[in-house]
Design a binder for this molecule. Sequence first.
Ligand SMILES: [Zn+2]
Length: 262
Amino acid sequence: MTKRILATLLTAMLLCGICALAEVPTQEPTAPPDPTATAEPTATPTVTPEPTPEPGRLAGIKIGIDPGHQRRGNSDRETIAPNSKQKKAKVSSGTEGVSTGIPEYVTVLEISFALRDALLAEGAEVYMTRETHDVDISNQERAKMMNDLGCDLVLRIHCDGAEGRKANGIGLFVNESYDISEASYAAAEALLPRMCEATGAKMRDIYESDTYTGLNWSTVPCILVECGFMSNPEEDQKLNTPEYQQKLAEGMVEGICDYFER
Ligand SMILES: [Zn+2]
């Protein structure tokens, strides 16, 4: 064997060495398909695969819920906004039902639980500032809790009260001159019609005001939801039924889905 032939053989072996692993073994020539043969029936799987859970329309969205007030108000004062000297009570005691006598802090926690469950069913991540009445958390602290959690949207759940018995319907409040104001207004525009559609309640308005501590300290879009008037006997009755609370929750969820384009 000449040196030249040996070198060629070596090179060829090296090259083959590289692709040998990927080499497909020579196949036996396949017989032509028999057109009369019937296909083997596929075996029925004995184990049914677990159904993949639906991710939900609000998967990946963090929603904060602040059920307004608490059993005992706290009249100590705190500033209503960063860089403001104006002060207001840390947390007021709220209104109460003219017909049911139920305090606002009870009604709004029930609505908040219905909202929480409806949001969880849509796959949202949900945080609440309180789950009992026996807390002492100021409006400023509530806002900061939700800021720290990095919520995408916060709903502060309240019920309204007026002098007379006539006023009724749903109204939303957002602040006016803060970084979050525009986004909060857009979210409110999505929520209000959906809430009224779901409940049949009168559509009041979206009110802009810089007087709410809980809105002003928020660094994430934040809406104060006035679910109805506890000073109106009929609305007070409705607000305190699980059925109506469920409708309110469903309306808010639809509005939230609209806002996040889900
Ligand atoms: Zn309130």
